[in-house]
Design a protein around this ligand. Structure first.
Ligand code: ADP
Ligand code: ASP
Ligand code: MG
Length: 409
């Protein structure tokens, strides 16, 4: 008897009809002789709606209470799902994060799972029940409700699969798997049969929200097999696997974009030791992730320093950095939110020269200006003007021949 963790995202449980369909699919998997733990997201749009409500009360809502509020989205979907399963004659229990003993650290809104105590889950499974767990939430040491960050139900599912030593973790979503580019932007995008953890980590961290990055980290660390597939069809999706020798090392496997990017430039910064530390220390202490950093060469003892953060963190970062600028005597701080990052990812890049040139050429053909570049072993990212995002994704997809036959003709 296999133990399977299935996760259904917001659009898969977006209506009562869809919740019933999910219940039928889960029951079918049980009928085939499997034990099932089902992780659910909030119904489509609900988390956004809750955040919007909180902003009507306060511009920056209290982070503890915001987590209490956001966690209710998943409470609605697990309870409705359990009712649906029971109405079909099967036994089911819904569990919230704290009942499923998903212990996290104390960082509201971005909590990390520390450990999961599986006793309760195993007891429910032993009673031949389907267990429905609310995704995206946990409990900290002080018994406060925490949430794991947007898209965090993927992480709940893979972490549960790891803790329970499940045979498989199936991520059901609104597309048929992981594609060579977002299929909603690039109609010629191709479904990948398999993708390595390394590539999936890059795609996730560079903006492909089909899997949340921490879920991939868990899968890699604990060797959890993930199958990303559609809730609306029966087709095979994409397996996320460890890199192995037989795997075809394609040069570029995917193009990805991230519009949630903003750029900050500190102009005429004194060029002396300790300045970078002074600028970034308060930013890091606020839990803000800085992505690309560029510093030009010194002219008359002054440099310009440019870096990117997410749009979500933009205002807070700007305020922190403006304080430092005053302190160290920099001329001014500029901000730009009209940017996006487009990236290409592929294991085969390690052994190929000229990949960057192809990327730059493709962007230049469409007259798209590149304002920042960063590279690693298996990815190249360019910052461009936000309005060119879709054009850039399609141009790169075509330049690297990633699509179906129609695109190549
Ligand atoms: P869920 O609600 O099921 O968690 P998400 O909206 O978080 O679903 O993730 C699925 C979405 O990810 C798709 O609808 C698609 O637009 C987007 N996406 C971005 N890049 C890719 C990609 N390379 N392959 C598949 N989907 C992608
Ligand atoms: N409901 C949460 C969100 O919208 C978590 C998830 O969907 O994975 O971000
Ligand atoms: Mg998601």
């Amino acid at each position: 008897m296999a133990l399977i963790v299935q996760k259904y995202g917001g659009s898969s449980v977006g209506s009562i009809e869809k919740i019933r369909k999910v219940a039928e699919r889960v029951i079918e998997a049980c009928e085939s002789g499997n034990r099932l733990v089902v992780v659910l997201s909030a119904m489509a749009g609900q988390t956004d709606a809750l955040i919007k409500l909180s902003k009507e009360i306060a511009e920056t809502p209290d982070s503890r209470e915001l987590d209490v509020l956001m966690a209710t989205g998943e409470q609605v979907s697990v309870s409705l799902f359990a009712m649906a399963v029971k109405s079909m004659g099967y036994d089911c229990r819904s569990l919230l994060g704290f009942q499923a003993a998903i212990h996290t650290d104390q960082i509201y809104g971005k909590a990390r799972i520390r450990n999961i105590d599986t006793d309760r889950l195993l007891k429910e499974l032993d009673k031949n029940r389907i267990v429905a767990v609310a995704g995206f939430q946990g409990i900290d040491e002080g018994r406060n409700i925490t949430t794991l960050g947007r898209g965090g139900s993927d992480t709940t599912a893979v972490a549960l699969a790891a803790a329970l030593k499940a045979d498989l973790c199936e991520i059901f979503t609104d597309v048929e798997g992981v594609f060579s580019a977002d299929p909603n932007i690039c109609t010629h995008a191709k479904k990948l049969k398999r993708i390595s953890h390394e590539e999936m980590l890059e795609l996730a961290s560079l903006g492909a929200k089909v899997l949340e990055i921490r879920s991939v980290e868990f899968a890699k660390k604990f060797n959890v097999p993930i199958h990303v597939r559609s809730s609306f069809t029966r087709n095979e999706g994409t397996m996320v696997v460890s890199e192995n020798k037989e795997m075809e090392k394609v040069m570029v496997s995917g193009v990805v974009f991230d519009r949630n990017q903003a750029r900050i430039t500190m102009v005429k910064v004194p060029d002396r030791p300790g300045i970078a530390f002074k600028i970034f220390d308060p930013v890091f202490k606020a839990g803000i992730v800085v992505d690309m950093i560029i510093q030009n060469t010194s002219a008359e003892g002054l440099v310009d320093l440019t870096f990117t953060v997410t749009k979500t963190d933009f205002q807070e970062t700007l305020e922190l950095v403006r304080e430092v600028a005053k302190e160290i005597g920099a001329e001014k701080v500029l901000g730009d939110q009209n940017i996006a990052k487009v990236s290409i990812v592929g294991l085969g890049m390690r052994n190929h020269a000229g990949v960057a040139t192809t990327m730059f050429e493709a962007l230049s053909k469409d007259n798209i200006n590149i304002s920042m570049i960063s590279t690693s072993e298996i990815k190249i990212s360019c910052v461009i003007e936000e309005k060119y995002t879709e054009l850039a994704v399609r141009a790169l997809h075509e330049a690297f021949g990633l699509g179906d036959e129609k695109e190549k003709n």
